[in-house]
Ligand binder design. Structure first.
Ligand SMILES: [Mg+2]
Length: 259
């Protein structure tokens, strides 16, 4: 990103000039952590934790907004004072101490557990069923030939249970039918800020970009940063203000804000 650095500086002015009124929001998988075959093996890039801590010491709001459970983020990033962790696209949040779960989501726990168990029994070899507590992930990266099975299964389970299907990279997810996405999360986190940026790499990040566009219309300085991986949805790059290469590029962007 060094070549773009000079052009980038003026676009970061709102953050650098008044960090106490600015926010830095980021996805985790594919953004702070390179995409790996086994979703359980994802780890933040070296230096990511220190970088988040530095950003938290400087900016009013620093948040990791993920489709993973908060417990997963905590396990990978540690407690990180000053960093808000939002999990399961907004169903869970950790700000300071404990993990808050949206009350209307809790009653879906048993349904989610039952679907996870049924999926583990039914899934063909190579499908990884990720138990996320209040959601179930179905990953077919290691069995791409089973993509259509996964889609049919997820749609069938959604029809039976009332859960809804979310799409991700080489994965689908069944989640409670509670209206939440990264756009609602970003809008809430950015309330009262003069500047807000968001870095992400996947379809689940598109609502976050849309939320930034709304904020921009309200006079907030915004920057939507797409992480190019070769697997990113084309809309993400089309709607981005800045495109960076891989998790390394995302880190370079965040380092620029921490400098
Ligand atoms: Mg991601």
């Amino acid at each position: 990103m060094t070549g773009e650095d000079e052009g980038l500086a003026p676009r970061l002015a709102a953050w650098l000039a008044a960090p106490e009124r600015a926010g830095v929001l980021t996805d985790f998988d594919g953004t702070l952590s390179p995409i790996v075959d086994d979703p359980e093996a994802a780890q933040p890039l070296p230096g990511a934790v220190d970088l988040l801590a530095r950003l938290a010491g400087r900016y009013r709001t620093v948040a990791v907004v993920s489709g993973r459970p908060v417990a997963y983020l905590l396990d990978r990033l540690g407690p990180l004072p000053g960093v808000t962790m939002v999990g399961l696209y907004g169903l869970e949040k950790r700000e300071g101490g404990g993990i808050e779960v949206l009350p209307e989501v809790r009653r879906w726990r048993e349904t989610v557990d039952a679907v996870a168990a049924a999926s583990e029994t039914a899934a063909p070899a190579g499908i990884y069923v990720e138990r996320k507590g209040l959601a179930v992930g179905l990953h077919y990266r290691q069995a791409p030939e089973a993509a259509s099975w996964v889609l049919a299964w997820a749609v069938d389970q959604a029809g039976r249970t009332g859960l809804v299907v979310h799409h991700g990279k080489m994965s689908l997810e069944l989640v409670p039918p509670v209206p939440t996405d990264k756009g609602l999360v970003v809008a809430a986190l950015a309330e009262g800020l003069d500047a807000a940026c968001y870095v992400g790499d996947d379809v689940g990040d598109l609502p976050a970009f849309a939320a930034l566009a709304d904020l921009r219309n309200q006079g907030v300085a915004t920057l939507a940063v797409a992480v190019r991986s070769g697997e990113e949805p084309p809309e993400l790059v089309e709607q981005a203000d800045l495109v960076v290469d891989g998790a390394e590029g995302a880190m370079a962007f965040l380092r620029r804000l921490a400098r």
